[in-house]
Design a protein around this ligand. Structure first.
Ligand code: SF4
Ligand code: SF4
Length: 189
């Protein structure tokens, strides 16, 4: 059984695609202005995005990959959801292409230097965006959609239970085993 993996405490720090040379005085990540927003605006926008996503099932293959990520990030316990994180390598180059698949996300902002998500580091951050990439299937799906541009994440090695179903079954077996042990203890057999 693999060790339980703690979810990341901080969101991944992503670097701009066209970051200047380190020796340059301007080697800091170029600033990007995030428009001010209210909670009510975020809720309204998320509702609108949900309807657009549902409609996109009729014309965009990516909608199925996005739905898979939403389901997994919403319902899996952390020890299953984050089991690939210790094997995750590479990083986001902040190209922003995954925020423009199917349609341009209303929370996406960009200027000539860099891109940003208005809500990624706030309480409104959407789990499917924060947990990406969940596993190789998730990563391959986005890489296929943005190709030939690269999404530089990759995995090195794999967890004890690479498939989601395998990990769920192992978790269920583990939980069942614990119950049986308790029953044995209680009835002394
Ligand atoms: S496609 Fe990959 S590299 Fe580009 S913004 Fe999304 S996660 Fe980052
Ligand atoms: S990371 Fe932010 S901008 Fe990109 S798709 Fe997710 S919510 Fe939208």
């Amino acid at each position: 059984m693999s060790q339980p993996v703690q979810p990341p405490q901080r969101l991944v720090q992503i670097e701009p695609l066209n970051k200047p040379a380190a020796s340059s005085a301007a080697s800091e990540t170029p600033a990007i202005e995030i428009p001010k927003f209210t909670d009510a605006w975020v809720y309204r926008t998320k509702t609108r995005i949900t309807f657009r996503k549902i409609a996109s099932f009729f014309y965009a293959r990516h909608s199925y990959g996005a739905a898979r990520r939403w389901v997994l990030s919403s319902f899996l316990p952390d020890r299953i959801l984050y089991r690939w994180k210790p094997y995750q390598r590479g990083g986001c180059n902040r190209c922003g292409l995954c925020c423009k698949l199917t349609f341009r996300c209303s929370f996406f902002v960009e200027n000539e230097h860099t891109t940003a998500c208005m809500i990624y580091t706030t309480k409104h951050a959407t789990p499917p965006c924060v947990v990406f990439p969940i596993d190789p299937i998730d990563l391959r799906e986005v890489q296929r959609e943005i190709a030939p541009a690269p999404c530089p994440f990759y995995f090195e090695g794999q967890p004890e239970h690479p498939t989601t179903w395998g990990a769920v079954k192992a978790e269920l077996r583990h939980a069942l085993g614990k119950r049986v042990d308790k029953l044995k203890e209680a009835f002394d057999f």
